[in-house]
Design a protein around this ligand. Structure first.
Ligand SMILES: *Cc1c(COP(=O)(O)O)cnc(C)c1O
Length: 363
């Protein structure tokens, strides 16, 4: 389906854009355009529109504002060595967006439309993709319930899909910095049967207070434990976790299994594949906070890292909790964490062969 295009009459000047790309930060600046596709019960998906980036006009009784029917995605486009622009596993994001929609009783955007929306925005705003391979253009696809009214008993009968994009600077400036994490036994991110597996706004709203508590404890991030026992490790903030057992070629990397309360990260899934290819044993498992503490004490666990689209891989250097804390190794980034990070980034930026057909050229 071809997208209609209304060009911005007021795009940023080359000089303004260059100043932004000099130090883009994360999620602070947005490109000149956005994509919009509407859904209604009678007409299904409307023609996609590329529009000037700008405010939405919403009735104050719009469903999304009251009952949180909102889902989102996050993925990046990287400038390739030949100057083209490519993104990483957009089909996986499209599929997850559909699963999130299903869980929130929303309309499912066809995967092809999802990918075409990325192509349409990348095409018109291609100047916004940084040239530095440590930087990227972050896409934020999202969908809101737009029916007007306060009835609580039924899902909305109309939805609006939107896609915006924001240049993203290097996540770590001045070297990769390990984080210190707080084990949260007071708050829960997700419970069995809940929405933990969906990428929905409400999960984040429910997490901010725990994140603030972690910050108050002098930590960078919160680690979520299972809801029933507060014992089994699930995730870190908005990222998945990996534990490295042993070292060298015989190392084993383990990530908590997807129980229905974890968000199924595309970075997590990709690293299971890549770690195996690099010769490590890569598997899903079950790790308790006691296993973590004892494994680090005995030396069995040598590295811990978190992974997600925004930071790719972030080493975890230290842990704190209501029952005390510990340091992982010497608290600095471990060699396997860094090797995996480099390898995945090399694929994403076109410096390593893409043997899995993970990269999709957008422009
Ligand atoms: C998005 C997200 C992740 C990471 O997923 P990626 O696809 O790797 O970016 C992990 N946990 C939560 C809670 C998330 O929302």
């Amino acid at each position: 389906m071809a997208f209609s295009v209304v060009r911005s009459t007021n795009p940023r000047s080359d000089a303004d854009r260059a100043a932004i790309l000099e130090a883009p930060g994360f999620g602070k600046h947005f490109t000149d355009h956005m994509v919009r596709i509407d859904w209604t019960e009678t007409d299904a998906w409307s023609q996609g529109q590329v529009l000037p980036y700008g405010p939405l006009s919403l009735d104050p009784a719009t469903a999304a504002l009251h009952y949180g029917q909102e889902i989102f995605e996050g993925l990046k486009a990287y400038r390739q060595p030949d100057g083209s622009i490519a993104t990483f596993r957009p089909d996986a994001n499209a599929a997850r967006f559909q699963r999130s929609a299903r869980r929130l009783a929303m309309a499912e955007l066809p995967a092809q439309l999802f990918v075409e929306s990325l192509q349409a925005l990348a095409e018109i705003d291609q100047e916004w993709v940084p040239n530095d391979p440590a930087e990227s253009l972050y896409f934020r696809p999202f969908m809101i319930a737009t029916e007007v009214g306060l009835g609580v008993n039924n899902p909305s009968r109309s939805y609006t899909y939107l896609l915006i994009a924001s240049p993203a600077g290097a996540y770590f400036t001045g070297g990769v910095r390990p984080v210190k994490v707080w084990l949260s036994t007071e708050y829960t991110r997700a419970a069995p049967g809940g929405t933990g597996e969906a990428k929905c706004a409400g999960n984040y709203a429910a997490a901010f207070l725990a994140q603030a508590a972690a910050t108050a404890q002098g930590c960078d991030q919160v680690v979520w434990l299972d809801a029933a026992e507060h014992r089994w490790v699930e995730e870190m903030g908005g990222m998945n976790l990996y534990f490295v057992y042993g070292s060298g070629p015989s190392a084993r990397v383990v990530t908590p299994a997807l129980t229905g309360t974890l968000l199924s990260g595309i970075t997590r899934d990709s690293l299971l594949v890549l770690a195996g290819e690099l010769g490590y044993t890569a598997e899903e498992g079950k790790i308790s906070t006691d296993d973590w503490r004892e494994g680090v004490r005995s030396g069995a666990i040598t590295e811990v890292f978190a992974c997600g689209t925004a930071a790719v891989i972030t080493p975890v250097g230290a842990v704190d909790s209501a029952n005390g804390g510990w340091t992982i190794g010497d608290g600095t980034p471990g060699p396997i964490s860094m090797q995996l990070r480099e390898h995945l980034l090399a694929i994403q930026t076109g410096r390593a062969e893409d043997t899995h057909d993970w990269m999709l050229k957008l422009v």
